[in-house]
Design a protein around this ligand. Structure first.
Ligand code: GLN
Length: 615
């Protein structure tokens, strides 16, 4: 244990608001003692009616828990959605859909009634769940239970036990389910292995979970099948969305319509006393309290869900979104040039064409409405030659958003506008989804860093408008910006103090923390200045000085690395100071040039800050 200061300790013990809310629910609804513990499976009647646990899992993987959140109980019907998702992924949607309907039945969970096709109404009632288990048996044979057991464990993020006593109890007394299974067999919904299918079904219902487990399982449903605690993609988003659909229409049996009307969160209950509720893109809730109402739903669990939904206004159909929030900033390149320090001629060309490059920084989800808004916003200004979309703050792309992006880019291609994407890591999910839609397009370029993207576009502008960037050209001291205005004699004196150095690509020329005891004038090639954490401060080409901060500081505050083979004049600082004393006019000139160069950099840096704060 590490010791903590009293202040830090108090802070870590502080009660986050959601935890406080769950505790308030626990206190308030503990007083609720109505309902009865299920006893049609005799072993379930042994549950302690006082037990009450609540857990809430967020999609960033945090789990809040209060009360008896670790007390194990059998999952029962809450296994149904997960086995349905498994069946969809293992057998494919068309096989599953050919056997089991998706209409609410309006009947209790254990109804022995099939639909007009003699198929189960949906996978959330016993008939449909037994049919689902039958499908897994059909495909996995003797390994069916193991397959289901493993899948449930992946949703929970840990291996789950089975309550053998509850299993045995239901298998001895479960004649109603046996009747349902035979009915399914006569209608060819399940094959001639009724006993085996029921055995797997009873076992799957006897898997032990806690309120915490079901919160994580629910959060996995809410998170398109990615367990937010383990990060594992447990099932496909397709299977998950279809599972949530049937939970929405039928998860709470003959209370389902009322439930979705009042509470508006897809949910599933079990006769063991559990309720799981999965609010897509938000959270998963698990509650455990064994006393049930007449529909077979936990009385306190329903109260917790009602309170959560109404207190935080979480009804899933009570939503809005403002697509305009997707644009964090948009501006032309004149407002925010790259960190590449340009020579005056290049700077002039770029300045003359600053309207030709439009930069749009986006944030959040690239949804249909966000992309539509961005494309209208772009169309409302004069047509640029380049558009840079910076996506490094984009957290997800919906399929609709990606499709619209592709359509918008294709349109830009017909107008000869080059599209540059920055901020998307290769091989990330965002990359894959964008690539899926834009792979065919020839006008799309990508760079990971926005600054690199801007630099590339600047180069294109310079090339297009007659400037040339020759990295191999060699410049002399009289072309150095820092030395502008020095006389020939002064330059010659300075030259005599310099040594010409050569560097290989990648060489570290200046290292952070070392004494700042010389100045460099880049003669050929290119170097970049970076902070030790890799943030690039500037790229310099021939004609520019580096290490010039030595005039103001005694240790190096950044690294300088050669981008390609490079040569530089190096002057020891002591010699340079003597030179300034001997040539006071030149010394003053250099300091003024330095002030000017620093001021230029500050203007760019301020403009970049301003762009983001003025939106
Ligand atoms: N194993 C139970 C049954 O089939 C599950 C029912 C439920 O939880 N509603 O009867």
């Amino acid at each position: 244990m590490t010791s903590q200061s009293p202040a830090a300790d108090a802070w870590t013990r502080s009660n986050p608001p959601l935890l406080r809310f769950l505790n308030a629910c626990l206190n308030e609804f503990s007083a609720e003692t109505s309902g009865t513990v299920a006893d049609y499976i005799p072993e379930l009647s042994k549950a302690d009616p006082a037990h009450f646990g609540i857990s809430l899992a967020t999609l960033d993987g945090h789990v809040y828990e209060v009360g008896d959140s670790r007390v194990p109980f059998t999952i029962q019907s809450m296994s149904k959605p997960f086995v349905f998702a498994l069946a969809l992924d293992v057998l494919g949607a068309s096989r599953v859909e050919s056997a089991i309907g998706v209409e609410p039945s309006g009947d209790p969970f254990n109804s022995i009634r099939l639909n007009s096709d003699n198929h189960p109404f949906n996978p959330m009632v016993n008939a449909g769940a037994i049919a689902c288990t039958g499908l897994i048996c059909e495909s996995k044979g003797d390994a069916a239970f193991e397959e289901i057991h493993k899948a449930l464990g992946r949703f929970a993020g840990r291996e789950l036990d089975v309550d053998e006593a509850v299993y045995a109890s239901e298998s001895q007394t479960g004649d109603r389910n046996r009747a349902i299974a035979y009915l399914l067999k006569t209608n060819a919904v399940i094959a001639d292995n009724v006993a085996a299918v029921l055995d797997v079904y009873f076992r799957q219902c006897a898997v032990l979970v806690s309120a915490r487990d079901i919160a994580v399982m629910a959060a996995t449903l809410a998170n398109r099948g990615i367990n937010p605690v383990t990060g594992e993609q447990v099932m496909t988003p397709y299977a998950i969305s279809r599972t949530l659909s049937v939970m929405t229409s039928s998860g709470m049996y003959d209370y389902a319509g009322e439930w979705i009307y009042r509470i508006g969160i897809p949910a599933k209950s079990g006769v063991g006393g559990g309720i799981l509720a999965a609010l897509p893109a938000r959270l998963g809730l698990g509650s455990y309290s064994p006393k049930l109402d007449k529909h077979g739903n936990s009385v306190r669990g329903i109260k917790v869900c009602e309170a959560l939904s109404s207190h935080y206004d979480l009804h899933m159909l009570n939503r809005s979104d403002d697509a305009r929030n997707a644009v964090i900033a948009d501006y032309d390149i004149g407002k925010s040039p790259s960190r590449r320090v340009r020579r005056p001629q290049e700077r002039e060309i770029i300045a003359a064409h600053d309207q030709d490059v439009w930069i749009i920084e986006l944030v959040g989800t690239l949804s249909l409405s966000a992309v539509d808004y961005v494309s209208r916003r772009l169309a409302a200004r004069p047509r640029p030659q380049f558009v840079i979309f910076d996506l490094h703050r984009v957290t997800s792309t919906t399929r609709a958003g990606a499709r619209l992006v592709a359509e918008a880019f294709a349109e830009l291609a017909t107008l000869n506008v080059t599209v540059v994407i920055s901020g998307v890591k290769r091989a990330s999910r965002e990359w894959d989804s964008l690539r899926e839609w834009t792979a065919e397009l020839r006008n799309v370029r990508d760079f990971y860093l926005l600054d690199t993207a801007i630099e590339w576009v600047e180069d294109q502008i310079v090339y297009r408008y007659g400037g040339s960037i020759d990295f191999h050209e060699t410049t002399e001291l009289d072309e150095q910006l820092l030395l502008a205005g020095l006389s020939e004699e002064e330059l010659a004196d300075l030259a005599s103090l310099c040594t010409i150095r050569s560097y290989q690509a990648g060489a570290k020329i200046v290292a952070t923390g070392n004494p700042a005891d010389s100045l460099f004038f880049l003669r050929s090639g290119a170097v970049h200045v970076t902070l030790p954490d890799g943030v690039r401060l500037a790229t310099l080409t021939a004609g520019m000085a580096f290490g010039e901060m030595a005039l103001l500081e005694s240790t190096r505050s950044a690294d300088v690395l050669a981008d390609m083979s490079a040569t530089a004049y190096e002057v020891p600082l002591g010699d340079f100071e003597r030179f300034r004393k001997q040539h006071p006019r030149a010394g003053e000139r250099i300091m003024r040039n330095l002030a000017q160069l620093l001021a230029d950099r500050l203007i760019v840096a301020n403009a970049k800050v301003d762009i983001l704060t003025s939106m």
